[in-house]
Design a protein around this ligand. Structure first.
Ligand SMILES: Cc1cc2nc3c(=O)[nH]c(=O)nc-3n(C[C@H](O)[C@H](O)[C@H](O)COP(=O)(O)OP(=O)(O)OC[C@H]3O[C@@H](n4cnc5c(N)ncnc54)[C@H](O)[C@@H]3O)c2cc1C
Length: 374
């Protein structure tokens, strides 16, 4: 394809900052760049006709870690590292709220619960023994105890096969679609240009600028930020970031739905929440880690059947014949540690990737952090 003079002049020339990927990280970075340099030409290149990574497909948990998850992190990381990680997630959530406002996020402060079954008795006992320590440990961040045993919620929420609940009043949930739409609008209102249907194949440093290879032609930018998370290796093959697919489902509206809030089950391998009077349910990557190490969006019967089974017997035992309305998958970016990769890769090439399962919490802050390079 030959680019016209007009396309070249108005769309592709004189790009100061090209951001690849219009997820929460890419768009937050674009907004920050416009705040910092209002006259700069900031262009976001997105391969999908919508943002098409994890940011429009996630479960919308505004979370920072369940008790078992934080204790598990403390077994492999130092106290200072874990504290900094949780603090960053919390500050990230505050940053996201400040950026878009609770209304535009569809934010609901409904709290969260970690659920324990009879099979988890040992891990529950170990967690309970450490609960005071955990609350003390996190007090400088939250100013009050975070975790509290609330077994009385088991009946209130109508669960079966659940023995214990540890509740957390500081976590909440967002409307993922509303949030991304608001972020996209904010970016466009600030003058960011978002070009959709642009699949970047490569980025290469040239003298003082970057060549961006698309399928049929090449464009240039003074600086490039790669924010493609789970897809990052397709452009930057040396990065230590792997795709991790996550599958979810959502039910039709359920009359008399008892549960409200977000829930972590089986040490976080499963997670569910209410979306109004529906249940959104995901997880099960532990059933097929290898198969789910992919950037393809497909669904598998191994995982979907397990989700169906748990939905029926654990989450909604009091409701017969609930129908699933939609099923989908998204791709996260993970690595051998939970830290993000925000770094300079060449003179004018940077990346901000590997958000793991906490991109809602940290994504906007990571976008902001990346802009400190510029
Ligand atoms: C099912 C699921 C549930 C989740 N639940 C939660 C949750 O409850 N809470 C939470 O905090 N986190 C959750 N996450 C993780 C969270 O969604 C991610 O960490 C976060 O969205 C990552 O944002 P990002 O901007 O880094 O990446 P993405 O949102 O993946 O954005 C990357 C963008 O880059 C684009 N792109 C990729 N390659 C190219 C290319 N070559 N050229 C141009 N564009 C390209 C993609 O289309 C995409 O739009 C979940 C993830 C999934 C999949």
């Amino acid at each position: 394809m030959h680019v016209s003079f007009w396309e070249q002049e108005s769309f592709y020339n004189d790009i100061d900052y090209a951001i690849i990927g219009s997820g929460i990280v890419g768009l937050s970075a674009a907004v920050e760049l416009k705040n910092k340099y209002p006259n700069a030409k900031v262009v976001v290149l997105e391969k999908g006709f919508l943002p098409s990574g994890a940011s429009t497909k996630n479960a919308g948990f505004a979370c920072f870690g369940s008790p078992t998850e934080i204790l598990d992190d403390l077994s492999s990381m130092s106290e200072a590292e874990v504290f900094a990680m949780v603090e960053k997630r919390w500050k990230g959530l505050l940053n996201l709220k400040a950026l878009l406002g609770e209304e535009n996020l569809g934010y609901e402060a409904l709290g969260s619960c970690e659920l324990f079954t009879k099979n988890d008795e040992q891990i529950y006992e170990e967690t309970i023994q450490q609960l005071d320590y955990l609350n003390q440990f996190l007090k400088p961040i939250f100013g009050a105890p975070v975790f509290e045993v609330k077994d009385e919620l088991i009946n209130e929420f109508g669960f079966d096969n659940i023995s214990h609940i540890i509740a957390n009043k500081f976590e909440g949930q967002i409307d993922t679609g509303k949030a991304l739409k608001s972020l996209l609008k904010l970016a466009k209102d600030k003058g960011v240009e978002v070009l959709n249907g642009v699949n970047v194949e490569a980025v290469n440093q040239k003298e003082n600028k970057v060549a961006i290879t698309l399928k049929e032609f090449e464009i240039e930018a003074a600086n490039v930020l790669v924010a493609t998370n789970g897809f990052a290796k397709q452009i930057l093959s040396d990065l230590n970031v792997e795709p991790a697919r996550a599958q979810v489902l959502i039910t039709e509206p359920i009359e008399g739905l008892k549960l409200k809030g977000t829930f972590h089950y089986e040490q976080g391998y499963y997670y569910f929440r209410n979306v109004g009077d529906r249940v959104l349910f995901g997880g099960g990557r532990n059933l097929a880690f290898k198969e789910e190490n992919t950037a393809e969006f497909g669904l598998t019967s191994t995982i979907q059947n397990k989700l169906d089974e748990l939905l029926k017997h654990v989450i909604l035992p009091y409701k017969k014949g609930v129908k699933v309305e939609l099923r989908w998958a998204g791709v996260m970016g993970v690595g051998d540690t939970k830290t993000t990769i925000v770094k300079q890769l060449d003179e004018n090439i940077y990346c901000a990737v590997r958000m793991g399962g906490m991109g809602v919490a940290i994504g906007s802050l990571i976008g902001k952090e990346a802009v400190e390079f510029f």
